[in-house]
Design a binder for this molecule. Structure first.
Ligand code: MG
Length: 243
């Protein structure tokens, strides 16, 4: 294990113990083996915005601006050189994406196949190799990081493709200056793991942005592991104007 990974693990653990109440390993959700692998790797609904179809990164920019450094390999995109942020910003959405932790297992806990999907650059659904890899349960795969452990652990083995289907409703400011909580509903490999859980206004630890906003970019975290993604699309959950 090299120094930056050790350091990042130490930072995560420090944040885990200070910025939010990390669940204990003993409270791990039960394991549920998902249905046998099926491929979603082609196609999206007719009204979807396709963010990655295996060909190019034109919908994305680098975390700190400029062209993204992620590599396109065999129709997938692999984390490299910092996080990835959509050029467009979104409010309430339905998101589909597929991801795979590295087949070669390195590290453990939060150091194994860590990435994350940050809605509005603020609220993270954790990406982590949680196959036989204990960690605090509100930090494992498909957790709303730091807030809500998944109902069950529906993880596939490292290297295998996994699906997230997520319905996100953003927290919204109210007229009296307070925040109306948003919500997450998450299916991991077709298994319900977050059942309409509330999203308070405060952003997840290590979020790109803070504060409540009507829109924000989707952000994929680079946490030092070469996690791969493919077939990413979303649908805006906004009233449609009749044509
Ligand atoms: Mg993460």
């Amino acid at each position: 294990m090299h120094l930056p990974r050790l350091l990042s693990t130490a930072i995560v653990m420090a944040l885990a113990t200070s910025a939010f109440a990390a669940d204990t390993k003993e409270s791990a959700p039960p394991v549920v083996t998902p249905a046998p692998t099926f491929s979603h790797a082609a196609g999206a609904p007719a009204d979807a915005i396709v963010l990655f179809d295996g060909k190019d990164l034109s919908a994305w920019k680098a975390e700190k601006g400029g062209e993204p450094k992620w590599k396109i390999i065999d129709g997938t995109m692999q984390m490299s050189g910092g996080g990835l942020m959509t050029r467009e910003e979104f409010g309430d959405i339905q998101l589909h994406l597929e991801w795979a932790a590295p087949a070669e297992v390195k590290g453990d806990g939060q150091s194994r196949g860590n990435s994350g999907v940050y809605f509005q650059g603020r609220y993270e659904i954790q990406v982590l190799d949680s196959y036989q890899n204990p960690t605090y349960s509100n930090g494992q795969a498909s957790a709303f990081y730091g807030h809500s452990a998944p109902l069950v652990n529906a993880s596939r083995k490292p290297g295998e493709w996994q699906t997230y289907d997520i319905v996100f409703h953003a927290p919204k400011p109210t007229a009296d200056g307070k925040v109306q909580p948003g919500s997450f509903t998450v299916l991991h490999n077709g298994v319900l793991v977050q059942d309409h859980i509330p999203i308070p206004g405060a952003a997840t630890t290590s979020a790109v942005f803070t504060g409540v906003a009507p829109r924000g970019p989707l952000f994929l975290q680079d946490h030092g592991s070469p996690v791969r993604y493919r077939n990413i699309w979303l649908r805006k959950l906004e009233p449609k104007t009749a044509k």
